[in-house]
Every structure is written in C-alpha cells, then in structure tokens.
Design a protein around this ligand. Structure first.
Ligand code: MG
Length: 187
C-alpha cells in the first residue's frame, strides 16, 4: 500500500515527476503485473507504431500477446480518427477508443465506469506529456511516459511537441524523469 502510494506520487503531473521508458517495448511485462495492472491503456501513434502504419508490426503483435498472456487487458486510447484506430486495433484483436480527446478525461472516465474498471488497477502508456500524461493525471491513472518511436508526427501533433520537447528536457535535467526500472523491484 505504501509502495503504491509512493508510486502514485510519481505519476502526478502536479509534482512534475514522471516514470519514463524509452519505449513501451523495453518495459518488462512483469512490471505491470507487479504494479497490479489489470487494464493497460495504450496510446497508438508513436507509442505502439508510427501513425503511417495501418497494420501493427510484428514487434507490437508479440508484445501485446505477452501482455494478454499475463492476464492484462490492453485498450488502445487514441485521439486519432475512427477509421485509423479501429482498423489498427482490429488487427491486434484489441478494444479501442478513438477521438479520445486527450488531455480531457471525460471519455476515459465514462469508459472506466461503463466497464466497471477499477482505476487502481490501470496504467496508461503514451509518448506525449500534454495529451497522454494530462489525461492520465486528470483521471487518476498511473502513467509511464515514453519517447516517440519514430521521428515523424502527424501535423496535429506538432503544436503539442512545441510544449512537450522543452518540458521534457527540463524535467530530464532536473532528474524528474524516473526510469521505470527504479520502480521494478524483484526481477
Ligand atoms: Mg502518441
């Protein structure tokens, strides 16, 4: 309980400390198990794959299979449009929410209520401070912030990056991006 509380503090945007991973794929699935994650909310573009890809890569398929095998339900939470998100999610056999309107938390809160998900058993993984971490913070969902996996962004993301990049640099310099491994006790 104490550990969880500490971990939760790391998540808070107000404290400006973030759990960080270079990418989703470097996170040991057991990390989520250890932190009692039953539902894993995952951003799509630049977290799972490039926004140009309509079909998931083998790496993504393999990783998601491991997550499911561990008894965790991944759900894709994306601000992108229906067609792109649903076809991609269908390929992975996952549920998804498109036009999620991150950083607003109204839609995710509704999803959590509809599915009777325990918010203490969730975690969000995403590559953007403004949208992904912003939503997670508002909905009280624990968060792992990743770097973007490919250089290219959709044009709609460029504005967010203008804020994201200097903020991230600032936090990194102050040692406020904490590597996920530091919260990964027993291996
Ligand atoms: Mg993204």
């Amino acid at each position: 309980m104490k550990e969880r509380f500490r971990y939760n503090n790391y998540m808070c945007l107000s404290r400006k400390v973030f759990v960080h991973a270079k990418s989703l794929f470097e996170i040991d699935v057991d990390f989520f198990v250890q932190h009692n994650v039953k539902t894993l909310f995952v951003d799509l573009d630049n977290t799972l794959d490039s926004y140009r890809l309509y079909v998931p890569t083998e790496r993504t398929k393999e990783y998601i299979a491991k997550v499911i095998e561990a008894g965790i339900t991944p759900i894709i939470i994306s601000n992108n449009k229906g067609k792109r998100v649903t076809s991609y999610a269908k390929n992975l056999g996952l549920e998804c929410m498109y036009s999620a309107r991150k950083p607003f938390a109204r839609k995710i809160k509704r999803l959590i209520a509809q599915k009777s998900i325990n918010v203490d058993e969730t975690m969000m993984v995403g590559d953007q401070l403004v949208t992904d971490a912003g939503m997670a913070n508002k909905a009280n969902i624990r968060m792992v912030l990743t770097d973007k996996i490919v250089k290219e962004d959709q044009w709609t993301t460029h504005f967010n990056r203008l804020i994201d990049r200097p903020m991230r640099k600032h936090y990194a310099k102050k040692g406020k991006l904490i590597d996920w491994r530091t919260l990964y006790g027993k291996s």
